[in-house]
Design a protein around this ligand. Structure first.
Ligand code: MRU
Length: 362
């Protein structure tokens, strides 16, 4: 997509071929800056510290992390340890483990001396595949949005999204926002309500930024406002991404997604989940109990970060000194609350049969 007048991906090989560069998502929306990742340790830190975030993007970053390790020490033990460290950097999004396992599988049987080259190639392929996958999600989602827009009878389509499942969360296009970009390009008049997404405010900081850069009309709302807007008929559909989907179609995504799904269900608003197949975890069936939920630092809840009146980065404390906070970063939305899953292979119901059908889809 385009931002500030030029085309960007979120991650790209550095000109010297010895590192990757990524957009630093910790400083958006106030600064658009790239940082260099040149070692395995830097890749792990970028994922854990959320320089990069979003399920597909952390997978691709991990793949490059393995390639950087292979350039340093491609031996079996070093590579196995690197894979473990990368997988442990963030526990919930299954794309991370999926990408690492895929790279490792590709390297099995490759002599150590050839691993760096092969891993670099495979990581690049994974990045390109992510772009193609998201473009396909965009095309399939566009058909749904067209139908919804037709029902609007001439007034603009009103969507609501949570967190950031846009191009910043992927290599390009995004998952939940890919259909939005496709719809805007197809001339569908639309507006997006953007949940601020406390505690890290990925909606307010990242989704609002990227939608505005694409010229898409959006309004940031407090997370608590969505249910009210749905009751008033001001939301035609909710569309979100996901971090792990179980074989039964339960959807783990950013904390607060479940509450939006409940409100959507209560108000007959379609609740759509954009899901690349790399997010499907067929090893799990009971989403509520089995998905590992990341617990993040208390400080993300007790403080907020932003830009002060003088334009400087600032962090302020919200709570009384010494107050304890809990910070579960994801929740699970039961499949019964999900209207449709939008994948790169088509749109299916969030059921075991729906997901099975994808396996055989062309
Ligand atoms: O903690 P984050 O910012 O990595 O969480 C991201 C989300 O929950 C996204 O909705 C999800 O990864 C889908 S991204 C296409």
């Amino acid at each position: 997509v385009r931002a500030q007048g030029r085309h960007w991906r979120t991650i790209w090989p550095a000109a010297d071929g010895r590192a990757v560069e990524v957009i630093d998502q910790r400083v958006l929306p106030h600064r658009l800056e790239a940082v260099r990742i040149g070692t395995l340790a830097e890749a792990v830190a970028a994922i854990a510290g959320m320089t990069v975030r979003g399920a597909p993007l952390i997978g691709v970053t991990a793949a490059y992390g393995l390639a950087l390790q292979a350039a340093e020490d491609p031996g079996d033990e070093a590579m196995a340890q690197a894979a473990q460290r990368l997988k442990a950097a963030r526990p919930t999004a299954v794309n991370l483990a999926w990408a690492v396992d895929r790279l490792v599988a590709g390297l099995s049987g490759v002599p150590p001396g050839h691993r760096a080259r092969r891993a670099w190639q495979d990581a690049g392929d994974l990045a390109d595949e992510d772009v193609a996958t998201n473009a396909a999600i965009g095309r399939h989602g566009l058909s749904l949005l067209r139908e919804l827009a037709t029902r609007c009878g001439g007034r603009r389509l009103q969507l609501l999204t949570h967190c950031n499942a846009g191009w910043l969360a992927t290599v390009d296009w995004g998952t939940a926002l890919a259909p939005v970009y496709a719809a805007a390009e197809a001339g569908i008049d639309l507006h997006v309500w953007v949940d601020e997404t406390r505690p890290r405010n990925q909606g307010a900081a990242l989704t609002a930024w990227e939608l505005r850069e694409q010229g898409i009309d959006c309004t940031v709302i407090a997370d608590n406002a969505g249910g009210h807007l749905m009751q008033r008929g001001q939301v035609d559909a909710v569309i979100v991404g996901c971090d792990r989907v179980t074989a039964d179609g339960d959807v783990c995504n950013k904390i607060g997604t479940y509450l939006k799904a409940l409100a959507a269900h209560d108000n007959g608003v379609p609740f759509l989940v954009a899901m690349p197949l790399s997010t499907l975890d067929t090893g799990l069936s009971d989403g509520l109990r089995e998905v590992p939920i990341e617990e993040r630092p208390q400080r993300e809840v007790t403080h907020v970060r932003g830009r002060d009146a003088r334009g400087a980065d600032a962090e302020i404390q919200l709570v009384p000194d010494g107050t304890r906070a809990a910070n579960p970063a994801f929740d699970v939305t039961p499949a019964r609350l999900v209207t449709r899953l939008v994948t790169e292979r088509g749109v299916v119901p969030a059921t075991r049969d729906g997901l099975r059908a994808l396996g055989s889809a062309a």
